[in-house]
Design a protein around this ligand. Structure first.
Ligand code: PHE
Length: 334
């Protein structure tokens, strides 16, 4: 392996310039051109196992310096050979920094706002059972969400369809009052499109105490969006329905319709739904052995992918999951 470099070095050193055969041009052709000896050695470098590259690379650089020096001395220091210069960048030693995924950046930022408000952090399993994902959350036996079309079943278990299952696990621990945020990945058997994927990320929030009101919920979320998007962000609450909250609402954020991306993202309305929320249903509290005549609370579940799309103006959710380096590399050093 190293013999070839040594041999080439000998040939370079022994080359005596003369006007007959050994011209400067012949030297260039023999050693520095596309067909020259040195480029073959550079090609060979690429095929080496990582362990051998360091030593081989050093020797090759040394040879390159000797050759260029000899060539440039004879050539009165004219521009060095471009072709060779290009090959002095060894790809294995390039040090490109990695990037934090935009969803992770958004998750960290959301967490930091709620942690600063005194919320604790909790996580739980992604493979759930019917009880934690549905029954304890007041889904009736025949609720359509349990249907094969929405839920991925694994035997008698299932992939959680929302992070609300973590609420149940936390409430069952029996420590009150409770103030927690619970991020995680969730799964739904849906067609993949620009706006929905079969897995995505949610962040659940839960506050259980005495005398919690709907205004507490609204004010908490309102404070959050101001911190996250900046003051002046426009939001609206729409009445909605979830089996586990009563009353229930959804919160939309104003993205606008000034750009093509925003039009596509908001289906032309300017509004993007980012979370569901409401006052925890008494049946849910009772299923977790919490006395609903003493305690109440609010819950919300936020779509982190949606928030990411809104924050970074990404109009196709699939772009968040294909790991295209052209997108990810824009997030280095964030
Ligand atoms: N789990 C609901 C969903 O996935 C969101 C939600 C969470 C709604 C908590 C109300 C309260 O759509």
């Amino acid at each position: 392996m190293f013999d070839k470099i040594k041999q080439c070095e000998k040939n370079v050193l022994n080359f005596v310039f003369n006007e007959e055969g050994n011209t400067l041009e012949k030297f260039r052709l023999d050693f520095l051109s596309k067909k020259g000896e040195m480029l073959l050695l550079f090609e060979y470098f690429k095929t080496l196992p990582v362990g051998d590259k360091k030593k081989y690379g050093e020797m090759l650089n040394e040879l390159k310096n000797i050759t260029l020096e000899k060539y440039n001395n004879k050539n009165n220091n004219k521009t060095p050979q471009k072709q060779i210069e290009k090959n002095t960048l060894f790809p294995t030693y390039q040090n490109t920094p990695g990037a934090i995924h935009p969803i992770r950046i958004v998750e960290e930022k959301v967490l930091s706002v709620f942690l600063s408000l005194g919320f604790d952090f909790a996580e739980a399993v992604e493979i759930e059972d019917d009880h934690h994902n549905f029954a304890a959350l007041n889904f009736k036996e025949d609720h359509p969400a349990r249907d094969m079309q929405d839920t991925f079943f694994i035997g008698t278990n299932l992939l959680r369809t929302h992070t609300s299952s973590v609420q149940i696990r936390e409430m069952k621990k029996g420590v009150l009052p409770l103030r927690i945020i619970m991020p995680g990945r969730v799964y739904r058997n849906e067609d993949i499109s620009a706006r929905s994927n079969c897995f995505f990320h949610q962040l659940e929030g839960l506050y259980i105490d005495k005398n919690v009101t709907f205004s507490d919920l609204k004010q908490t979320l309102f404070y959050f969006v101001q911190q996250f998007f900046g003051e002046g962000i426009k939001v609206r609450f729409r009445a909605s329905y979830f089996p586990f909250t009563e009353p229930s609402a959804e919160m939309d954020i104003w993205a606008g319709i000034d750009t093509e991306e925003n039009k596509r993202l908001t289906k032309g309305t300017g509004w993007l739904e980012v979370l569901g929320c409401g006052m925890v249903h008494p049946n849910v509290l009772e299923a977790c052995n919490i006395d609903s005549t003493i305690y109440n609370g609010f819950a919300f579940g936020m779509g982190l992918d949606r928030m990411t799309m809104l924050k970074y103006k990404i109009s196709d959710i699939r772009d968040l999951f294909i790991n295209d380096i052209r997108l990810l590399s824009q997030f280095t050093g964030v």
